[in-house]
Design a protein around this ligand. Structure first.
Ligand SMILES: [Zn+2]
Ligand SMILES: [Zn+2]
Length: 167
């Protein structure tokens, strides 16, 4: 076994025992910076699972965004679960209070598969465009990556709502 293989085995053992500390994490991330092997992802998931306070939650959420930026996911279900959990933390005023991050995590989760029932309410609240009626003016605009220009829809959007006339 070569040196990096050995390092990997040690880290996998460490991670399995739930004792992956910050230096271990960084080493692991450096071994798979593009999440090609899924190691980056498993470190991030491990870090999210071992969050104990706001500070560690914040650090874990940052790593999750780093994973998102890589645009390569191996276990979509696991990553979606992590994204939804992180969205819950970001959405909580008493925890991270980062509504914009919560929104973007919810959108990402949506791309990773059908949202589990327990989180549907949260995702709808965070990401009103997901509630557009299929084929409505707003839906068509959103699918093209834009926003609907109708005055009624714009007004609703300013209030963080979905235009009820059109959807
Ligand atoms: Zn519209
Ligand atoms: Zn409208």
């Amino acid at each position: 076994m070569n040196a990096s293989g050995l390092k990997l085995t040690c880290l996998q053992t460490l991670q399995a025992s739930g004792q992956l500390r910050e230096e271990g994490r960084q080493m692991y991330l450096d071994l798979d910076p593009g999440n090609v092997k899924g190691l980056f992802e498993s470190v991030v998931l491990n870090q999210l699972a071992s969050v104990t306070d706001d500070e560690s939650a914040r650090a874990a959420v940052e790593k999750l965004f780093a994973l998102q930026a890589l645009k390569r996911v191996h276990d979509a279900g696991e990553v979606q679960g992590a994204a939804l959990m992180a969205a819950t933390w970001c959405n909580s005023e008493r925890m991270l209070n980062e509504p914009e991050k919560a929104k973007s995590l919810a959108k990402w989760a949506k791309t990773l598969g059908e949202i589990p029932k327990d989180f549907q309410e949260l995702v709808e609240e965070l990401s009103p465009e997901l509630q557009f009626r299929d084929g409505s003016c707003c839906d068509r605009a959103a699918k093209k990556g834009g926003v609907c220009g109708h005055p009624c829809c714009k007004k609703a959007a300013q209030e963080d709502e979905v235009c009820s006339k059109c959807n």
